[in-house]
Design a protein around this ligand. Structure first.
Ligand SMILES: [Ca+2]
Ligand SMILES: [Ca+2]
Length: 224
C-alpha cells in the first residue's frame, strides 16, 4: 500500500511537469535551438529570426551610410586643402622670391644702394655688379623724388648712357630706353662728342665723359 502511494505521487508529478511544458510550448515562449535541425524552429522562431535579420540589415545600412558620409567629409576637406595650397602657390608674388643683396634699401618701391666712394663710370658699373645689383636708373619722377633727398652735395653716376647712339639714352641694367630723365640746364650737350655717361647732381641729370671719379647709385633689379 505504501509503494502504491509513492507510485501515484510520482505519476502525478510527471503529469504536472508534462502539462507545464506543453502549455509553455503552445503559448510560444519556448524555443529550443539546441539541435541544428531547422525543423525544430517553429513559426515564432522564424518570425523572430526574420525580424532580427531585418533589424541587422537596417543597422548595417545605417553604419555604411555613416561611414560613407564621413569619408565624403574627409574627401571634401582634402579637396579644400588642395585648393588652398594651389591658391597659395598662385598668389605668391614673383617679387617675394627675389633675393635682395646686402646693403640695398627700399627707397620708394625699389631697392637701391647709395655708394659714397669715388669711381669712374665703368668702375662704378662693375662695382654695382659685384654688390649684386646694377648701376641705377629710375622708373618715374616719384621714384626720383624719393631718392634725391637721401643724397649729399655730390655728383653720383647713374646707369644710363648714349654711347651706342647719340641722343638715345639707354639703361645698362635693362638694355632698354631710360624711362625717366630730368636734365639740368644746357644738358645733354654731348660736349666735344664725348659726353655719353649720365650723372645726377643736385636733383638734375647731365652727361659727361666716363673718367670722372664720382659717387654712384646701384639698384637691385634689372627691370628698369
Ligand atoms: Ca652723348
Ligand atoms: Ca654734358
Amino acid at each position: 500500500m505504501h509503494n502504491i502511494g509513492i507510485f501515484f505521487l510520482w505519476a502525478l508529478a510527471a503529469w504536472i511537469l508534462w502539462q507545464g511544458s506543453f502549455a509553455m510550448h503552445q503559448s510560444g515562449y519556448v524555443c529550443m535551438i539546441d539541435d541544428p535541425n531547422p525543423k525544430q524552429c517553429d513559426n515564432f522562431c522564424r518570425t523572430e529570426l526574420l525580424r532580427m535579420e531585418a533589424k541587422l540589415g537596417e543597422s548595417l545600412l545605417a553604419v555604411q551610410e555613416k561611414i560613407e558620409n564621413q569619408l565624403q567629409a574627409v574627401v571634401n576637406q582634402l579637396q579644400a586643402l588642395s585648393n588652398k595650397i594651389d591658391a597659395a602657390n598662385v598668389e605668391v608674388p614673383a617679387s617675394s622670391t627675389i633675393t635682395i643683396p646686402p646693403g640695398f634699401e627700399l627707397i620708394g618701391n625699389r631697392y637701391f644702394r647709395i655708394v659714397n666712394e669715388r669711381e669712374d663710370w665703368y668702375s662704378a658699373k662693375r662695382r654695382c655688379r659685384e654688390m649684386g645689383g646694377y648701376l641705377a636708373s629710375f622708373r618715374n619722377e616719384e621714384e626720383f623724388n624719393a631718392i634725391t633727398p637721401k643724397l649729399g652735395d655730390y655728383v653720383y653716376w647713374l646707369g644710363i648712357n648714349d654711347q651706342e647712339k647719340e641722343g638715345h639714352f639707354e639703361s645698362v641694367a635693362s638694355h632698354k630706353a631710360a624711362l625717366f630723365l630730368k636734365w639740368g640746364k644746357e644738358e645733354p650737350n654731348d660736349k666735344n662728342h664725348l659726353d655719353n655717361y649720365v650723372y645726377l647732381y643736385n636733383g638734375r641729370m647731365g652727361e659727361n665723359t666716363s673718367n670722372a671719379a664720382w659717387f654712384f647709385i646701384c639698384q637691385a633689379d634689372n627691370e628698369t
